[in-house]
Design a protein around this ligand. Structure first.
Ligand SMILES: C[S@@+](CC[C@H](N)C(=O)[O-])C[C@H]1O[C@@H](n2cnc3c(N)ncnc32)[C@H](O)[C@@H]1O
Length: 269
């Protein structure tokens, strides 16, 4: 296990469900869907695998789709999986790494990953595994997190956080750069013989804003706060409050750029 994986395991042990807390109420400025719905809406009578399923929010949406076949989730965090089982007793989840999926070839017609693919190491191995477990007409769809929308509170928060970040921060660099960039994603999938030579990419802004307290709770889930002391966190909260134009507004916009990527299996391999 590398340092980033050890960090992720420890962070998700302390904060299971953090991604659902941050993004389940978010809405795309383009379509109104949450980032989870941008994936669940793709499922249509598919057998679905969710990799890095966390506490199962996406699986629970998939299980509500008409004609759904029971979706399956994997995650390497036992604490996220325990939370998933507690929240949704009927979900099928297993502890596994995306780099070594415990399924037979051609098991799923759709694999999804919400805010998890770009955190993974050895992405070429993950792509090998996706090609193996997907059917020859299968698809992989991921939501990849990006930066803030310029000019709103998410940008101010990140600026205030970076001013306070010390050089000795212990948060390691997580995932591979090619999991976050368009060129990297295109290279990963289109150079793989198991996938078609084209990717469908759409960019969205997700507003996960709300009241000041809701925004603060959602922003408190970022990995970069892991080693910030309670005192420094309070200082950051007050500086952030001062930066918000109207802290009593019922909806303070807080907006992240995200990317939805869809890769199609190549039929003839
Ligand atoms: C940001 S969270 C997203 C959780 C969930 N998909 C959601 O959006 O609610 C990332 C998740 O990916 C999992 N993860 C990271 N790398 C993994 C890997 N290589 N194999 C399996 N799970 C992994 C983490 O344990 C964590 O639960």
């Amino acid at each position: 296990m590398n340092r980033a994986e050890a960090f992720l395991l420890e962070f998700h042990r302390r904060h299971p469900g953090c991604t659902r807390i941050a993004f389940s109420a978010g809405a795309s400025l383009e379509t109104g869907e949450s980032s989870y719905e941008l994936l669940s809406s793709l499922a249509n009578q598919d057998s679905v695998l969710d990799i890095g399923c966390g506490d199962g929010h996406l699986l629970s949406l998939l299980a509500k789709r008409p004609n759904h076949r029971h979706p399956v989730g994997v995650d390497f965090s036992p604490d996220e999986l325990a939370a998933a089982r507690q929240r949704h007793a009927d979900l099928i989840v297993a502890q596994a790494k995306a780099q070594s999926l415990p399924f037979a070839p051609c098991t799923f017609s759709l694999a999804v990953s919400h805010f998890a693919f770009h955190l993974m190491a050895n992405l070429h191995v993950v792509v090998d595994e996706l090609a193996r477990v997907l059917t020859p007409t299968g698809r992989f769809a991921a939501i990849i997190g990006g930066g803030p929308k310029l000019g709103d509170t998410f940008e101010s928060f990140l600026e205030l956080l970076s001013e306070r970040r010390r050089d000795d921060t212990r948060v390691p660099s997580i995932g591979e750069r090619r999991g976050r960039t368009e060129e990297g994603l295109v290279e990963l999938f289109t150079s793989h013989k198991g996938f078609r030579n084209e990717l469908q990419i759409s960019d969205h802004y997700i507003d996960f804003g709300g009241t000041f307290d809701e925004v603060w709770t959602r922003l408190s889930t970022v990995y970069d706060l892991a080693y910030v002391s309670a005192e420094e966190t309070l200082d950051l909260r007050e500086a952030f409050r001062a930066s918000v134009a109207n802290e009593h507004a019922s909806h303070i916009p807080c907006t992240m750029a995200i990317r939805r990527v869809i890769a199609h299996r190549a039929r003839d391999t």
